[in-house]
Design a protein around this ligand. Structure first.
Ligand SMILES: O=c1ccn([C@@H]2O[C@H](COP(=O)(O)OP(=O)(O)O[C@H]3O[C@H](CO)[C@H](O)[C@H](O)[C@H]3O)[C@@H](O)[C@H]2O)c(=O)[nH]1
Length: 317
């Protein structure tokens, strides 16, 4: 198939591109390189089945050109930083909601009917049911980022039903692995490189979430997408995560150990009862029963994924 991957030079996007290229598809990447990096896709530059467009999806013309002639869009372009919501809500709106609207309009105009979208566990907010299933409600995001992802999901559902499209949404847990350039593991490694004796941990360190390695994530997305193609459904939603969780303090211990260090931990205490920042969900575990029933399950648990990611980011793997 001929596929457009928005955000295809980014962390998750570039791993998806690798897999799509290895499977023999024609792949076009649209990325503004604000967080993505050409290095992530350099092995494909110049390949006859590969095309790269540098462009900002806030520009409708850029999006329209990018969707021309493709059958499927994997929409991963986004600003993924939950923590900037209190300072920059407008940026999160534009880079999650507005660009999704621009994409849907371009797809409608260019007759592109198939869409896969990476949403987030943050749409559930502080779920009272753990593990949280896809049909949990009412949904009450506690961050602007989670609200923006939920708004994007809603637009996609509306467009899919109105304009005869097929769309699948993945609500991702905390995704980690090689090429990630933000998030808790990346932060801890950088902090320890600057000061190997002490490590500042935002919040109280008890934030407990499910982490999934990017290799498992990309496998889930492609497997569930292919299953979705077999079904007579307009719209579907899947949680994608691991089946356990790990605390921020345990992550700090793993990072320290892998770096051969024994730093003093300093907890900032954070905001609103030990959160790293406003809108930081303290406890997150997704039910992945629906994805499992469709034949996917993760190979690594949260701890294994964290350990592997630390080694990858340190260049040991
Ligand atoms: O220096 C730091 C950095 C982070 N944390 C803590 O580590 C946890 C994880 O933070 P990340 O920044 O790694 O990730 P988030 O949970 O904020 O969000 C991530 O996972 C979400 C889905 O679960 C979204 O998809 C989002 O885009 C993605 O960044 C948080 O509880 C945070 O408080 C610290 O204690 N110290």
């Amino acid at each position: 198939m001929k596929v457009l991957v928005t955000g295809g030079a980014g962390f998750i996007g570039s791993h998806l591109v690798d897999k799509l290229m290895e499977e023999g598809h024609e792949v076009r990447v649209l990325d503004d390189l604000s967080a993505g990096d050409l290095k992530n896709i350099e092995q494909w530059l110049g390949h006859e089945r590969f095309e790269f467009i540098k462009g900002d999806m806030r520009d409708v013309e850029v999006v329209r050109e990018a969707v021309k002639g493709v059958e499927t869009v994997f929409h991963l372009a986004a600003n993924p930083e939950v923590r900037i919501g209190a300072q920059s809500p407008e940026l999160l709106y534009e880079t999650n909601v507005l660009i999704t609207y621009n994409l849907l309009e371009a797809m409608r105009n260019e007759n592109v009917r198939l869409l896969a979208f990476t949403s987030s566990s943050t749409v559930y907010g502080e779920a009272k049911k753990i593990p949280t299933p896809e049909d949990y409600g009412p949904m009450e995001p506690i961050s602007v980022y989670g609200g923006a992802k939920l708004a994007a999901e809603a637009l996609i559902s509306g467009y899919a039903h109105t304009f005869d499209m097929k769309a699948i949404v993945f609500r991702l847990a905390n995704i980690i692995g090689k090429r990630s350039n933000h998030g808790v593991i990346y932060d801890f490694i950088n902090k320890l490189k600057k000061n190997p004796k002490g490590l500042e941990i935002l919040g109280d360190g008890t934030q407990r979430k499910s982490y999934l390695h990017v290799s498992d994530t990309v496998e889930a997305m492609l497997h569930l997408f292919n299953e979705f193609l077999k079904e007579d459904k307009t719209y579907d939603v899947y949680n994608v995560g691991s089946e356990d969780w790990i605390t921020v303090k345990e992550i700090a211990e793993i990072v320290s150990r892998e770096m051969g260090l024994n730093p003093e931990f300093y907890f900032t205490g954070g905001v609103d009862g030990g959160r790293g920042w406003k809108g930081d969900v303290k406890v997150m575990l997704l039910s992945i029963e629906k994805a499992k029933a469709r034949g996917w399950k993760p190979k690594m648990n949260s701890r294994e994924a964290v350990e592997k990611t630390v080694r990858e980011l340190l260049g040991k793997e």
